[in-house]
Design a protein around this ligand. Structure first.
Ligand SMILES: *Cc1c(COP(=O)(O)O)cnc(C)c1O
Length: 377
């Protein structure tokens, strides 16, 4: 640690979410196939990706779409959630969670989170239900499943729909069941930083055949399936291209390896940081499998360093990091509500480098820098 300049020249930027050796033979081959076929839309790659997602997650139906955000929007449209309807969701998530609800004219109602799992706290959901509530949208944040048993019980009792924002959780499990297979509708993201990527892209999932047909149609401008160029209703276009699907397929081929690597990265971090009192790391409840999409630390106030100063110091050592999400309920377009747990995590949480390329030596270096900054080495 003493000679910063020599250390730095030896260390490439340890960035937040680089993908895993992306140019592998299987990717080259599958893309070459697309170019040789000279067919870029409506191809067998998209159908095959949908088939494989169905078999991997156990959901009945999947549709490749343009992004995870679009999977959420088209789900809301198909579930007929719109003007003035309320959807209960978490304030501690990426903007798309609440943004998609507002985009269809509905209102996101923010319910605080459980500080261990970072996910919506089922015990606080009931107090948010009104006569306008149509659905609950849990998020499996950073790859830890939301408490689906309790959410399903509430939804059943109160006759609400469940829309799973499973965007960052491909591979995660709750009671041995894969996320994305619980909701009336669910969304995965294949955006470039996620555990598997198609560049941009997303997957809509459902167990309901009618909803599946409805989303197929709405995602293609409500186009009639029997009468060419005739539209029965107003949808929008949310399609995935063959190149995207081919990339996604190549990633899915080694999804187990990708999940194992994320879990290993987290284990390396926790072996080095767990024993430091005042540092909280991602958790894994006993009935859950966390894919640790991003290793996240929450720093106790007693360290006397602000989150932003900590991030700046990491950067001096060429270590990329980013603040945990701002509570969505504090963004200017939403009504401000007070969610103390989300606020605490937002102020004190930091996502650490979690890209697939990281080695144990990289994590060792990062953890030494962290200990140095916090004065606990
Ligand atoms: C990534 C992400 C999304 C959005 O997915 P895109 O494919 O980028 O549109 C939505 N919700 C959560 C929780 C995410 O992490």
């Amino acid at each position: 640690m003493s000679n910063k300049s020599t250390t730095l020249t030896n260390v490439p930027l340890l960035d937040l979410n680089r993908q895993y050796d992306p140019i592998k033979d299987e990717i080259k081959n599958i893309l070459l196939d697309v170019f040789e076929q000279k067919r870029f839309i409506n191809g067998p790659e998209v159908t095959e990706l949908e088939k494989q997602i169905v078999s991997y997650t156990g959901a009945n139906y999947a549709i490749g779409v343009s992004s995870g955000s679009d999977a959420l929007i088209v789900s809301l449209m198909a579930l007929d959630i719109g003007y003035e309807d309320e959807v209960i969701t978490t304030p501690f998530s990426f903007f798309a969670t609440a943004g998609s609800i507002s985009r269809v004219g509905a209102i996101p109602v923010f319910c605080d989170i459980n500080p261990d799992t970072f996910n919506i706290d089922p015990d606080q959901i009931e107090s948010k239900i009104t006569s306008k509530t149509k659905a609950i949208m849990p998020v499996h944040l950073y790859g830890h499943p939301a408490n689906m048993n309790e959410i399903q019980d509430i939804a059943q009792e109160k006759n609400l729909l469940i829309l799973e924002d499973a965007a960052p959780s491909l591979g995660a499990e709750y009671n041995g069941q894969k996320t994305g297979s619980f909701g009336h509708a669910s969304a995965f993201s294949f955006q470039g930083a996620k555990i598997a990527t198609s560049g941009e892209g997303g997957i809509f999932l459902t167990n309901d055949s009618l909803l599946y047909e409805n989303v197929s149609k709405l995602g293609d401008h409500g186009r009639s399936l029997t009468k060419p160029l005739w539209n029965d209703e107003i949808g929008y276009k949310y399609k995935m291209s063959n190149i995207q699907a081919a990339l996604g397929l190549a990633q899915l081929e080694r999804i187990d390896e990708l999940v194992d690597k994320k879990r290993k990265i987290f284990k390396w971090y926790s072996e080095r940081l767990d024993s430091i009192s005042g540092i909280q790391l991602n958790s894994e409840k006993t009935n859950c499998k966390n894919i640790y999409w991003m290793t996240t630390i929450v720093l106790d106030k007693s360290f006397n360093i602000s989150r932003d100063d900590f991030i700046r110091k990491l950067k001096e050592w060429n270590i990329d990091s980013r603040p945990a999400f701002y509570p969505l309920s504090h963004m200017p377009m939403f009504e401000t509500v007070h969610n103390p747990n989300a606020e605490y995590l937002s102020q004190n949480g930091i996502n650490l480098p979690s890209g697939h390329n990281l080695t144990e030596d990289d994590i060792d270096y990062i953890c030494n820098v962290i200990k140095n900054i916090l004065g606990s080495d």
